[in-house]
Write a protein that binds this ligand. Sequence first.
Ligand code: NI
Length: 228
Amino acid sequence: MLLHVPEVLTADELASCRQRLAQAPWADGRVTAGHQSALAKHNLQLPEDAVEARELGAMVLEALARNTTFFAGALPRHIFPPLFNCYRGGGSFGLHVDNAIRYDRRGGQGIPVRTDLSATLFLNDPQEYDGGGLIIEDTFGTHTVKLAAGDMILYPSSSLHQVEPVTRGERLASFFWIQSLVRDEQQRRMLLELDVSIQSLTQSHAPHSDVLRLTGIYHNLLRAWSET
Ligand code: NI
């Protein structure tokens, strides 16, 4: 399932992010790539320990914490610290699959994070660059994603994906991975659909006892399927 999460960042947050990134110490993106994907990766990235990456990453995490769509869709167990990249001058990232495990090295020893979901948060508008579409292959076909500044796409980390060459301007994004409380993608999708239906029934003033029963089913499924 691909989930579009609109307006993750406010206009003010985007502006300060862009300002910080314009001064930031960009480095070769291959430093965080696995062996296989390093061959395909041609972009710039902020080093994980750069002060800009840490502070802007904290801002993204705060934005995610107030986003109910993100929570309902991802059911996050562990969010890898957000990273930042820039594609320009023909930069691209060929077809690859993300590493299954990432090590979150905040606080010393690396904590293993299973990558259930991959996230790309777009930091500038598609009109500012040509190319740069995120192409994701899933069981329903191939999708090309280019979203407005501040919007985010969540997609299964198991999918093959690539970023098309950027032939004009530059494409700025934050990217990270999520280990979900619910490992199985279909179970996550059903929980999201149930959650959205309950919200909608609540808003249309459906009988309280019916909403309550469905809410109980949601929590009992989450209890059965989650791992903490
Ligand atoms: Ni990737």
